[in-house]
Design a protein around this ligand. Structure first.
Ligand code: FDA
Length: 404
């Protein structure tokens, strides 16, 4: 069989790239070491797959090159993917903040992608461990436990190492390096924080959730936070984790709707109440109790000077936590960092001849999806990048195949 492209990885990016290239007339083969496609899609969005976000604009992505994702995202938009979902009769809804989920099951998205691949005559090799990849005489040869395959184009779509138990690996980086691409050091993102022993007061709040505003570096998010046995999780904290660096503090506003004079106001309205009870009117009881204890303010509000209450309010609106780490790749929803975009064309995702060390010509090597140093916010952004980057590479491969 004469192939135009071999796509390594049957996740969202690889499947979408294969379907796009195939529908454009290219003959493609997708290789994956897992026995079935789209394992991350199946568990995503609590089993309902948050398949895109209607606000998927470039500034909601992290990358060393903030502008890299712009081209692909603008040429394949959330509306384009929604049109495909509708064409396949999949019911969906917007949950919050532009996040679109299936009404039924994430399985519908995998089935849709596999239907598109079938219509595009894509071939598959599942359960195939890759043992070597070589390039000679204009062809990539991929040796696997299911045989050896050759094609003039090779797409790296093997994602990043987040959640290894689903078959996730850092293979993309190994392969990228083999062909001269640079790697931005990968790190877990959209991942819960762990807190040191000194913060045990807060770890005792495991299970308590509250809407907060959190700041990490220059980024700020207002969403739910969840206290866990090990530290802090929930959407607000997952978002903050992508921007956090080891050693830094994060700042949490526990009362994002309250003005700075709220406690002194409450003192006048409820002079006989305790701080615990006042905070309990805006926060879950266990959290209110823990915060009042940590602030060391007990007794009636009337007994405390305005200055003391204002200082307490300032702490409540900018509580500093210094996480000692995160729960790592085992619990991360995505990997930040990865194949450096400096070596890729933002239009086609192809590694440019200027950066690979084998040839001054483009080799026909592409990288897409999570393998690349483009990481989205929580809420459907990462799948939109998988579709958009897969589409860009798929189109480029189809164009090349059409010229042969
Ligand atoms: P992906 O990791 O999906 O696919 C890579 C494929 O390559 C896998 O099939 C793997 O088996 C294969 N592979 C890896 N190494 C290999 C090797 N050495 N040889 C052969 N094959 C190899 N995003 C979002 O937008 N909305 C959401 O709701 C969620 N929810 C979510 C929940 C959870 C629990 C996680 C872990 C992640 C999410 N995400 C998400 C993130 C999203 O799943 C992720 O960004 C995309 O799946 C990335 O797609 P890729 O195709 O790039 O990689």
């Amino acid at each position: 069989m004469q192939l135009d492209a071999i796509i390594l990885g049957a996740g969202g990016a690889g499947l979408f790239c294969a379907a796009t290239a195939g529908l454009g007339g290219a003959r493609t083969l997708v290789i994956d070491h897992n026995a079935e496609p789209g394992k991350k899609i199946l568990i995503s969005g609590g089993g309902r797959c948050n398949f895109t976000n209607i606000g998927a604009v470039p500034d909601r992505y992290l990358s060393e090159n903030k502008h890299f994702a712009r081209s692909a995202l603008s040429r394949y938009t959330p509306a384009d993917f929604v049109a495909l979902v509708q064409k396949h009769g999949i019911a969906y809804h917007e949950k919050t903040l532009g996040q679109l989920f299936c009404d039924g099951s994430a399985r519908q998205i995998v089935a849709m992608l596999m239907d598109e691949c079938a219509a595009a005559h894509v071939d598959f090799a599942f359960g195939a461990a890759i043992t070597a990849v070589n390039h000679a005489d204009g062809l990539f040869t991929v040796a696997t436990t299911a045989g050896s395959f050759s094609a003039p184009n090779l797409v790296i779509a093997t994602g990043g190492p987040a959640i290894p138990k689903l078959g996730a690996t850092g293979f993309a980086y190994q392969l990228g390096k083999q062909f001269g691409l640079k790697i931005i050091p990968p790190r877990p993102a959209l991942v819960p924080f762990t807190l040191p022993g000194a913060e045990s007061l807060f770890r005792e709040l495991a299970g308590v959730a509250a809407e907060v505003a959190v700041k990490a570096g220059k980024a700020a998010f207002r969403e739910a936070a969840l206290f866990t046995h090990r530290g802090l999780s929930g959407p607000a904290m997952l978002q903050a984790s992508s921007y956090w660096r080891h050693g830094e503090a994060i700042s949490v506003d526990f009362l994002p709707d309250a003005a700075l004079d709220w406690l002194t106001d409450m003192k006048r309205q409820r002079p006989k109440a305790g701080l615990k009870s006042v905070l309990g009117s805006a926060l879950p009881d266990r959290l209110a109790t823990a915060l009042a204890e940590a602030l060391g303010i007990s007794g009636e509000m009337a007994n405390h000077k305005d200055g003391v209450l204002n200082a307490a309010m300032q702490r409540l609106k900018g509580w500093s936590f210094r996480p000692d780490g995160t729960e790592g790749f085992a619990k991360a929803e995505v990997t930040a960092g990865g194949i450096d975009t400096a070596g890729l064309s933002s239009r086609t995702m192809e590694a440019t001849g200027a950066t690979n060390h084998l040839s001054s010509q483009n080799l026909g090597l592409y990288a897409i999806g999570e393998a690349v140093d483009v990481t989205g916010w929580l809420g459907g952004y990462n799948f939109q990048w998988a579709w958009a980057s897969g589409h860009a590479a798929g189109q480029a491969i189809a164009e090349k195949a059409g010229q042969c």
